[in-house]
Ligand binder design. Structure first.
Ligand SMILES: *[C@@H]1O[C@H](CO)[C@@H](O)[C@H](O)[C@H]1NC(C)=O
Ligand SMILES: *[C@@H]1O[C@H](CO)[C@@H](O)[C@H](O)[C@H]1NC(C)=O
Length: 197
């Protein structure tokens, strides 16, 4: 009888402890969000440089080397962002990948705007249909591109680096040209940004 009582007490203690721990965690989370009002960073494609852009009519391939300049804006006044190594950026034309690369890995300070230079290269299949479509788009000066970004980002608060999450950006761009050595103009752009753990 005695030992059973003891055991019960022990279990009860454990539950109490867990419950208090959960309360503390919930309190901390609430405090964190109220005090620091974390805001998701925003991104914008500022410009591009096309270093090479060659469509091979015989092999039906495309060879691309371009730099995309993306402005990353951290609007938070207490939170810094640490961009990890495992990022992926790609440029697509009608569901075909043109080129791919990575974001620079760096820590972005509070209330900071940084332009990231993202160099992307690629050699991909590019069939006759795509070549024709691109030619038509070149003529009208309206080339639709999709830029996708997956960036592992950790929140840094003081000296504390917190859990990493992934930021996903889908940017639908229309540019006026895609020729080596010519700076394309961004005609229009729209962004879809979301984050997940
Ligand atoms: C791209 O792929 C998606 C889904 O696979 C499809 O719904 C869409 O029509 C495709 N877009 C083009 C331009 O081919
Ligand atoms: C933003 O951060 C970058 C990299 O840490 C730094 O080079 C730049 O000077 C900062 N810009 C401003 C406006 O503080």
């Amino acid at each position: 009888m005695r030992s059973r009582n003891c055991c019960l007490r022990c279990i009860c203690c454990c539950y109490c402890f867990l419950f208090i721990l959960m309360l503390i965690l919930a309190g901390l989370t609430y405090y964190f969000y109220r005090e620091y009002k974390p805001e998701i960073p925003s991104y914008q494609v500022k410009s591009m440089d096309v270093k090479s852009f060659n469509v091979d009519q015989k092999d039906l391939t495309i060879n691309v080397d371009m730099i995309v300049y993306v402005e990353a804006n951290n609007p938070n006044s207490h939170i810094r962002f640490n961009y990890g190594h495992d990022s992926a950026v790609a440029v697509w034309y009608k569901n075909t990948s043109l080129c791919a690369g990575k974001l620079p890995s760096f820590e972005q300070g509070t209330k900071n705007i940084t332009i990231m230079n993202i160099e992307m290269t690629g050699e991909n299949e590019f069939g006759q249909d795509l070549q024709d479509a691109l030619k038509t788009n070149q003529e009208t000066g309206q080339i639709p591109l999709l830029v996708t970004v997956k960036a592992p980002v950790s929140v840094v608060l003081g000296s504390l680096q917190m859990r990493e999450f992934n930021v996903y950006v889908e940017c639908h761009l229309v540019i006026d040209s895609l020729e080596p050595g010519k700076k394309p103009r961004v005609v229009s752009s729209s962004y879809d940004i979301h984050a997940s753990y």
